[in-house]
Design a protein around this ligand. Structure first.
Ligand SMILES: [Zn+2]
Length: 91
């Protein structure tokens, strides 16, 4: 889908009163093809993948970051480690 087609699809979705659909079209247009961390390929047509992969929207950068389940759980663990480090420092 190119930019113009996406715009047209968004306009149509808005006309139909379907804001949610319009948002999804925007997101899917920006969605990458691989995991941001390990470059594992992502198949947008694979329902299982769409359900299990994690999407982080960076509105300011107008970007959508994509993480496979493995990298996502790794990132959460890292976050928790940093958090507990910070808490220790505070005490
Ligand atoms: Zn990954």
């Amino acid at each position: 889908m190119n930019r113009e087609q996406r715009r047209a699809a968004q306009r149509q979705a808005k006309k139909d009163g379907n804001e949610e659909l319009s948002e999804k079209i925007t997101l899917f247009g920006k969605l990458g093809d691989t995991c941001l961390v390990c470059d594992k390929p992502f198949n947008k047509k694979d329902r299982e993948m769409v359900m299990t992969w994690n999407v982080v929207v960076r509105e300011k950068e107008d970007k959508v970051n994509l993480y496979c389940p493995e990298c996502w759980s790794g990132a959460i663990e890292l976050l928790n480690e940093i958090k507990s480090d910070l808490q220790e420092q505070e005490e």
